[in-house]
Ligand binder design. Structure first.
Ligand SMILES: Nc1ncnc2c1ncn2[C@@H]1O[C@H](COP(=O)(O)OP(=O)(O)OP(=O)(O)O)[C@@H](O)[C@H]1O
Ligand code: SF4
Ligand SMILES: [Mg+2]
Length: 329
């Protein structure tokens, strides 16, 4: 297994209390596969990604039984060793492209320095590699682009530069946090293709965070659905998208307009009533309890069991498997 995560928790100070942003997550990503992480805003997707990179805000606390990348246990590494891995073995494309690029350095400075730091290459070698990678992510006039500053590029070009930066050292694992959300549909499709091509060439593992189930349908091998700091359902793409079992996943998928509903009236999004709760104290009960249309008495008392369907689809819910088969009306 390329990446293996067990019992990951992240807490953050929040107005004198501790916000439990990630509450005991297990994940696995084999080489060459894409795991999509989906869920409503604030459910802990970015905190999960930052925890894996060991780039959490300074005041955050991380605990995990295991975060293993290949043969390396990341929770036991010093910051010096971790920063030697970051960018080389595991890279991240951040949710905010402008904050991830330094406005006072040229694109070339930033790409070359990542490469030289990790490989010891000289300036000419780093320059050649930067041109090669920029071309591979679809930038024309790469040599000219290297002399430009981030603000001189459009959003789509900046996002390509960020992908190039993440790919400079051919990492084994890449984490993409909503890399295409701000882009138009055509650019988004091109970026997804570039990432997929890079992945296929090197058998890179990928975690892809997105709100967009259309993107999930195109690129995921497996899908993990997060809710209030927990994974509520995880399984192969086709199983989760076509036969969702957890009431939350079913609500999410029902809220996406289907092609047959494209008339103005049918295109209305269904929405799940209520908001995602924030957890400050540990609570083993189902995180979806306060909004669940299927809630039962047992849900108010006991932690939801892990139920496994065919095809390696795991669902954390008290509903018996037969009931989970029933599709929403
Ligand atoms: N720097 C911070 N300090 C304190 N709390 C934070 C900080 N950043 C995020 N949070 C809180 O942590 C929780 C998880 O946030 P996270 O950014 O992981 O959500 P997300 O799933 O990535 O959402 P989005 O889809 O909006 O990006 C949220 O309740 C958020 O308000
Ligand atoms: S465990 Fe209970 S409250 Fe939670 S999703 Fe299942 S039925 Fe709903
Ligand atoms: Mg986020």
């Amino acid at each position: 297994m390329l990446l293996e995560v067990r019992d990951l928790h992240v807490t953050l100070p929040d107005q004198g209390q501790q916000l439990r942003a990630v509450r005991g997550i297990d994940l696995e990503v084999p080489a060459g596969e894409t795991l999509c992480l989906v869920g409503e805003s604030g459910c802990g997707k970015s905190m999960t990604a930052l925890a894996l990179m060991q780039l959490l805000p300074r005041n955050a606390k991380l605990s995990a039984e295991k975060i293993r990348l290949g043969e390396t246990e990341l929770t036991k590494l010093s910051e010096r060793k971790m920063s030697a891995l970051r960018g080389r073995k595991i890279s991240m494309i951040f949710q905010e492209p402008m904050t991830a690029l330094n406005p006072v350095f040229t694109i070339g400075d930033q790409l070359r320095s990542v490469y030289r730091r990790h490989t010891g290459a000289n300036k000419q070698e780093a320059q050649a590699r930067a041109i090669e990678v920029l071309e591979s992510v679809g930038l024309t006039n790469a040599a000219v682009r290297l002399g430009q500053f981030p603000h001189q590029l459009s959003g789509g070009l900046r996002q390509r530069v960020l992908i190039a930066m993440a790919l400079m050292c051919e990492p084994e694992m890449i984490i993409c946090d909503e890399p295409t959300t701000a882009l138009d549909v055509t650019t988004q499709a091109q970026i997804l293709r570039i990432l997929k091509d890079a992945q296929d060439k090197r058998k890179m593992g990928m975690i892809f965070i997105t709100h967009d189930l259309g993107v999930v349908a195109r690129i995921a091998d497996r899908v993990a659905v997060m809710y209030a700091g927990r994974i509520v359902e995880i399984g192969p793409r086709a199983a989760v998208l076509q036969n969702p079992a957890h009431p939350y996943t079913r609500g999410l998928i029902a809220s996406v307009p289907r092609p047959k509903d494209e008339s103005a009236e049918g295109a209305r999004l269904a929405s799940i009533p209520g908001n995602v709760p924030a957890f400050h104290r540990e609570d083993q009960r189902c995180p979806f309890l306060s909004r669940c249309p299927k809630r039962m008495e047992v849900c108010t008392r006991e932690a939801p069991p892990k139920r496994t369907r065919h095809w390696d689809q795991h669902v954390f819910c008290h509903l018996p498997l037969e009931e989970q088969e029933v599709q929403p009306a």
